[in-house]
Design a protein around this ligand. Sequence first.
Ligand SMILES: NC(=O)c1ccc[n+]([C@@H]2O[C@H](COP(=O)([O-])OP(=O)(O)OC[C@H]3O[C@@H](n4cnc5c(N)ncnc54)[C@H](OP(=O)(O)O)[C@@H]3O)[C@@H](O)[C@H]2O)c1
Length: 133
Amino acid sequence: MLSPLSSAASRADATPEPAPVVVTGATGYVGGRLIPRLLEAGCRVRAVGRSLDRLRIRAWASHPAVELLEADILDRSALLRASQGCRVLYHLVHTTRPAPAAITGLDLQGARNLSAAAAAGAGSPKTNATAPS
Ligand SMILES: NC(=O)c1ccc[n+]([C@@H]2O[C@H](COP(=O)([O-])OP(=O)(O)OC[C@H]3O[C@@H](n4cnc5c(N)ncnc54)[C@H](OP(=O)(O)O)[C@@H]3O)[C@@H](O)[C@H]2O)c1
């Protein structure tokens, strides 16, 4: 299976693809490093985070192929908007509140919410999720 990075890089022209690659956890360590790589590969990116203010200060935020979108992983209607029309989704959210004991449950609930939204909004895009560490 080709990753979006390799498939985009192998295209002859550098025209951004019409369907975006969605990255949740865009303000996080992994998401913030993945997005520049996707842009270099010619992908359109929908960067999803809890705070538009925190997204806007990223170096890649004003790139013409980037769309910023605010969505909490527990907000199902926001996740529907976030996943609408995407072709690939990288889920890189890692919750840190309210307490360590609740983290795994919140991460799991968030992943389920996003999976359901993606299936409803985008016709089951490829999903790349990381397991809670
Ligand atoms: N870092 C590593 O070396 C590493 C290695 C292997 C796997 N992973 C996995 O990769 C994933 C991401 O890790 P990371 O290190 O990038 O984590 P991180 O730096 O802690 O970032 C977590 C991201 O999740 C977002 N987030 C937290 N709660 C949210 C919520 N309720 N709704 C929406 N977004 C929420 C945060 O947004 P805010 O800015 O709004 O807080 C942030 O963007 C995790 O599953 C982790 O286990 C990480």
